[in-house]
Write a protein that binds this ligand. Structure first.
Ligand code: NAP
Length: 456
């Protein structure tokens, strides 16, 4: 199947289009390699991941170019993503050698409980197109550290990053069969038999809530363990006592990372009435000045969206918001091709009923509205089935912590517009997902607890 450059619409190259038979062969390879990989000393697994960490950093320019060409993000952001991906390998290399257990006296005193942590087994890892390198590393890193083999299915639009990652892992010492990549234009046909196969013990998925729900239903049939990193609808809240300059920069970061195509993107920006106009003007000025173009060109911040459908979706959402009374402060019109470009856009007075407040915009459009009180904004922020992340800007620590606690999300940025870190537990509540990736708990997603009762 062809892989395209979203900046030009032109094909870059072709990769294998794998069907169910080859998919099952990949699972067989993973299942066959599982026992030896689990028995490989943790220090060896850790060293392999450390070598891969160093290789990613040493090859950042080559890898960033691959990411920019197939996905569109500006080179500077692509370099950041490679560094982020590399850090997952280092973090989990460090975790691989720290798998602890327990030795407990039974309450009755006549026996002891040993508690061990063991690899869950062959794991299916499905990743999205928006951070292909980082999402691959965020799953492969803990799987390998825990002693699990895997079959990785990247998104159809961005297989090259994952193939490059696999090559580096292989050259860093990952044995044959431990990491298997399957690329396909028909993910359901390929993955359903793998999900239903009892040799698969774990599904770790990052993608949309809609697909995540379907996969959860499939996993129920074999009671397979799952981790689900799904969609978001982040609220970005600016109180009138905020450092407005910092809030504008934070909003820019939370909105424009990956050209707005991030699960963590600020989707609804609530600004307290007294500072609304100043904030809106400041953000619109910054957004209007962002250079748009091909990600490989120097200085570009607004690269292309992933495909023509994404541009059509963003255009529809903007038209719907305008019809509902939103004011355009900058941008607001798709630009002519070639390539899938949409300019940085700021809309004021977007009503909560607008479709863009209910769904992921996944584009460079900031939707602003005013609020009056703390209770009101918390209620409005929580009025969504999603619960991945929120952002709060205030100089009042008591209010900041109160609001952070009241927000129904897995993560909150308090006076910061980016929360992602390999050392922090990343994940959502409600329909944004199950489980956490990264942090001290990230490796647990690939481990089972085993309790051994010992009679004295
Ligand atoms: P998507 O359409 O759900 O696709 C995600 C992955 O699932 C892709 O590899 C896709 O393959 C695959 N897939 C689709 N249907 C499948 C099926 N029936 N069986 C097995 N696999 C299937 O999402 P996306 O558009 O690529 O990514 C954007 C979404 O990901 C957004 O909702 C975003 O919020 C979310 N996301 C969440 C996080 C997080 O950590 N919470 C991080 C990044 C992105 P194809 O590409 O071939 O369709």
């Amino acid at each position: 199947m062809a892989v395209h450059d979203p900046a030009t619409g032109q094909p870059l190259c072709r990769v294998a289009d794998v069907g169910p038979e080859q998919g099952l062969a990949a699972l067989s390879a993973a299942a066959d390699a599982q026992r030896d990989w689990a028995r490989t000393p943790a220090r060896e697994r850790s060293d392999i991941l450390l070598r891969a960490h160093r290789r990613l950093l040493a090859e950042v320019e080559r890898l960033a170019l691959i990411a920019t060409l197939e996905m569109g993000k500006p080179l500077a952001e692509a370099r950041g993503e490679i560094a982020y991906a590399a850090e997952f390998f280092r973090w989990f290399a460090e975790e691989a050698v720290r798998l602890d257990g327990g030795y407990l006296p039974a309450p009755a005193g006549n026996s002891r409980f040993l508690v061990a942590r063991q690899p869950v087994g062959p794991s299916l890892l499905i990743t999205p197109w928006n951070f292909p390198m980082a999402m691959g590393a965020r799953k492969i890193g803990p799987a390998l550290a825990a002693g699990c083999t895997c079959v990785v299915k990247p998104a159809e639009q961005t297989p090259l990053c994952t193939l490059a990652l696999a090559e580096i892992l292989h050259e860093s010492g990952v044995p044959a069969g431990v990491v298997n990549i399957v690329t396909t234009s028909d993910p359901g046909r390929l993955m359903t038999p793998l999900i239903l196969d009892p040799r698969s013990r774990k599904l770790s998925f990052t993608g949309s809530t809609e697909v995540g729900k379907k996969l959860l239903e499939q996993c129920a049939r074999t009671v397979m363990r799952t981790s689900m990193e799904l969609g978001g609808n982040a609220a970005f809240i600016v109180f009138d006592d905020a450092d407005l300059k910092a809030a504008i920069e934070g909003a820019l970061a939370a909105k424009m990372r990956n050209i707005g195509q991030a699960c963590t993107a600020a989707n609804r920006i609530f600004v307290q009435r007294g500072v609304f106009e100043e904030f809106a003007r400041g953000l619109a000025e910054r957004m209007a000045a962002l250079p748009m173009g091909r990600g490989t060109e120097a200085g570009v911040v607004v690269g292309p969206l992933i495909d023509a459908d994404a541009v059509a979706k963003v255009s529809d959402l903007v038209a719907d918001a305008r019809a509902a009374g939103a004011r355009v402060l900058t941008g607001g019109e798709a630009v002519d091709g070639p390539g899938n470009f949409y300019p940085a856009t700021v809309l004021a007075d977007v009503p909560d009923s607008a479709r863009m407040c209910r769904t992921e915009i996944f584009g460079p459009v900031a939707a602003l509205s005013t609020f009056d009180t703390e209770d009101e904004v918390v209620d409005r922020a929580n009025d969504t089935p999603y619960g991945l992340v929120a952002y709060v800007y205030t100089e009042n620590l008591r209010r900041g912590l109160r609001v952070c606690e009241a927000l129904e999300t897995g993560m909150v940025g308090l006076n910061q517009g980016v929360v992602s870190s390999p050392a922090a537990p990343f994940g959502g509540v409600k329909e944004s997902g199950l489980g956490r990736e990264g942090g001290l708990v990230g490796i647990d997603e690939f481990l089972e607890l085993k309790y051994i009762g010992v009679q004295l």
